[in-house]
Design a protein around this ligand. Structure first.
Ligand code: SF4
Ligand code: SF4
Length: 388
């Protein structure tokens, strides 16, 4: 909130937030136990209560400008100690969904994040469209008889270079969408009322924070549950390896050649798959047991990414194994399923789902570091936008 601006209470804010999930901290009497329990609290003694308070008071603009929900790494310690069962962890999750929807400028994200039916429907629609595109390519574009299409074992690379463009499109489209939101997030969280500004030099000096936090996820490492950080890191490394293979080396990776086991074409893929499966297994077992606070209240959207990723890996591995076993036709069906599952995961989940947090969290920490630097170097009496 800009210094000097008078905040206006919006009575519709609370109802608006509750469209995105559970938000019931009305019993909170500001005892501060959540702040004391949180390992992420440094000098700011209002974390995590401040953004929750903004919501309760109907302060829409200060809430939209708040980066706090992205600093929270969802460990659940605050909910465990809360004497009023206000569940601050759950409130922070809902605020992240609310903010994600506000960062999105087309309006689709709001619909998807508010409604499980819309989210599921969009995943199914993209999967069906992909299936129609595969069939349409063979029956109409290549003009192949339907019987031949159903029974002929083609090579995996028969759709190149079309497949190269397709893969680039479904990976780069969500990435561009996410990057396009950065300017909007900047406007909401960094610009303030326009009367004061943060020097551009602060953005350059602190740019390393974005890169470092994207890789190291230092806030999650501070949470007492250290294996959780390790599981997420392993998952992130495996996913990054696989995305880079698909973007830069699709022709090398998706081939009909048979390689010996020691060839990197094989073991790089195995390593990436094993890392992703380990990370997903760690998260899913925790959610299934639901013993720890962190895994309580699993939302539909928490499951979309792990489930789709597992299906994508398993169909990819099935195509690979069937190819090496010489079962070419079955390999093709497995490969088609692989594309049908991977496309909605990339187009919908990466653009609108929890995957986007991988961009928002480091961005929030970067912006906070920029504000910190600007505050330290601000001339006496000059306000830094949204610095509280
Ligand atoms: S511990 Fe619970 S009651 Fe106390 S300030 Fe935090 S949310 Fe409110
Ligand atoms: S869930 Fe964990 S990281 Fe988030 S506010 Fe609560 S204690 Fe802090």
């Amino acid at each position: 909130m800009a210094v000097g601006a008078v905040p206006v209470s919006d009575p519709t804010l609370l109802a608006d937030i509750r469209k995105y999930g559970k938000f019931d901290p009305t019993g909170c009497y500001q005892c501060g136990s959540c702040t004391l329990s949180c390992d992420l609290v440094e000098k700011d003694t209002t974390f995590p209560r401040r953004s929750i308070r903004f919501a309760l008071l109907g302060l829409r603009q200060p809430l939209l400008a708040s980066l706090d929900p992205w600093v929270c790494h969802d460990c659940g310690d605050c909910s465990t100690v809360c004497p009023r069962q206000s569940e601050p962890r759950i409130s922070m999750i809902t605020l992240r969904r609310f903010l994600s929807a506000r960062y999105e400028w087309v309006g689709i994200g709001r619909k998807l994040l508010q409604s499980t039916a819309w989210y599921l429907g969009s995943l199914i629609a993209v999967a069906l469209l992909t299936l129609v595109a595969i069939i349409g390519y063979h029956l109409w574009y290549v003009a192949m008889p339907a019987r031949d299409f159903a029974t002929t074992p083609f090579g995996l690379d028969h759709m190149f270079p079309m497949m190269t463009y397709y893969t680039l499109a479904v990976i780069l489209f969500p990435m561009l969408l996410l990057v396009s939101r950065v300017a909007h997030i900047w406007r909401l969280t960094m610009r303030g009322d326009g009367r004061s500004h943060i020097p551009w030099s602060a953005y350059f000096t602190e740019a390393w924070v974005y890169v470092y936090e994207s890789i190291a996820q230092t806030r999650m490492r501070k949470c007492p549950e250290h294996r959780r950080w390790f599981g997420h890191e392993v998952l992130a490394v495996g996913t990054l390896i696989m995305i880079n293979i698909k973007v830069w080396g699709l022709r090398w990776f998706q081939t009909d050649n048979i390689y010996p086991i020691y060839n990197p074409q094989r073991w790089v893929g195995y390593i990436a798959s094993a890392l992703m499966l380990y990370g997903i297994a760690y998260i899913m077992v925790g959610r299934w047991r639901a013993k720890k606070e962190i895994y309580k209240e699993t939302h539909f959207q928490d499951l979309v990414f792990p489930v789709l990723l597992v299906l994508t890996i398993l169909t990819g591995l099935a195509a690979h194994v069937l190819r090496y076993c010489g079962v070419a036709l079955a390999c093709h069906y497995a490969y088609a399923m692989h594309i049908v599952v991977a496309t909605p995961m990339l187009v919908i989940e990466m653009s609108f789902g929890k995957w986007s947090h991988m961009v928002y969290r480091p961005l929030a920490l970067y912006f906070l570091a920029v504000k910190d630097r600007a505050t330290q170097h601000a001339p006496a009496g000059e306000a830094v936008p949204n610095a509280i």
